[in-house]
Design a protein around this ligand. Structure first.
Ligand code: PEP
Length: 252
């Protein structure tokens, strides 16, 4: 079976004490996950949380973003090198909020993917269409363009480390989840695209996560789809009980 992953993206939520408490509660509630559990807290807590996660098998630390340049005069930014040095193993890249609010374009995201891989971390690359694209039924082509522009320049050995997260923008934080069939349709289409570029063996091994109002109630249905390999979770990752239930819904 492909690697299954549930990743929690805390976004800009929780002060340090709350984050530590949430992590303690998650570690207590999640006993033997059937796949990887990834937690992406805000930057200032990475090191401390990383120490807590490190002692537990299957738990991994992620950053929510990184800068595309290696280093230099970029006040307020954080490099891939820095993230690796505090124990990050994954970096979320191309989240729709970064694309929307920080105007991150496909080319910049390709550079972020490159620096992440160059520092030995794995990108969790987000793709997904806005509502108006879904409504005119061009969502597969839209996502294909995102993948081609930001990932398909990679050599096979690098691409193998990538995790893809399909996150329809109309489902993020809206309470409106894609149906499991809509998710499966897109995940399958993504896998076919990857197979065309890198071959079937690589495509079959690529984890493709679903994100967008995934919660304790709908996770099992979404994750039961053959091409859905877990989830990237926003809101529901902020409650230990809900997050643990989502982790428990991973394929066994
Ligand atoms: C996300 O932001 O990646 C996400 C999936 O958010 P939510 O689960 O809150 O929709």
């Amino acid at each position: 079976m492909r690697q299954q992953i549930v990743a929690g993206n805390w976004k800009m939520n929780k002060i340090l004490e709350e984050g530590l408490e949430l992590t303690r509660a998650i570690l207590e509630k999640v006993e033997k996950p059937s796949g990887l559990v990834v937690i992406a807290p805000p930057y200032p807590y990475l090191r401390e949380l990383g120490k807590m996660l490190k002692v537990r098998k299957h738990f991994h630390l992620a950053a929510q973003n990184c800068h595309q340049e290696e280093k230099g005069a970029y006040t307020g930014e954080v490099s891939a090198d820095m993230l690796a040095s505090v124990g990050c193993e994954f970096v979320i890249i191309g989240h729709s909020e970064r694309r929307q609010y920080f105007k991150e374009k496909n080319e910049v995201l390709a550079a972020k993917v490159n620096v992440t891989l160059a520092r030995g971390m794995r990108p969790i690359f987000c793709c997904g269409e806005p509502l108006h694209i879904r409504e005119v039924d061009t969502h597969v082509g839209y996502v294909a363009k995102q993948l081609k522009a930001s990932l398909f320049h990679l050599k096979e050995e690098d691409f193998k480390k990538v995790v893809i997260a399909y996150e329809p923008i109309w489902a993020i934080g809206t309470g409106r989840t894609a149906t499991s069939l809509q998710a499966q349709e897109m995940h399958h289409a993504i896998r076919v695209l990857v197979a065309k570029k890198y071959g079937k063996i690589v495509a079959d091994a690529t984890p493709i996560l679903y994100g967008g109002s995934c919660n304790a109630q709908n996770a099992a249905d979404l994750f039961s789809q053959p091409d859905v390999d877990g989830g990237l979770i926003g809101g529901a990752s902020l409650k230990a009980e809900d997050f643990a239930a989502i982790v428990a819904a991973m394929k066994k």
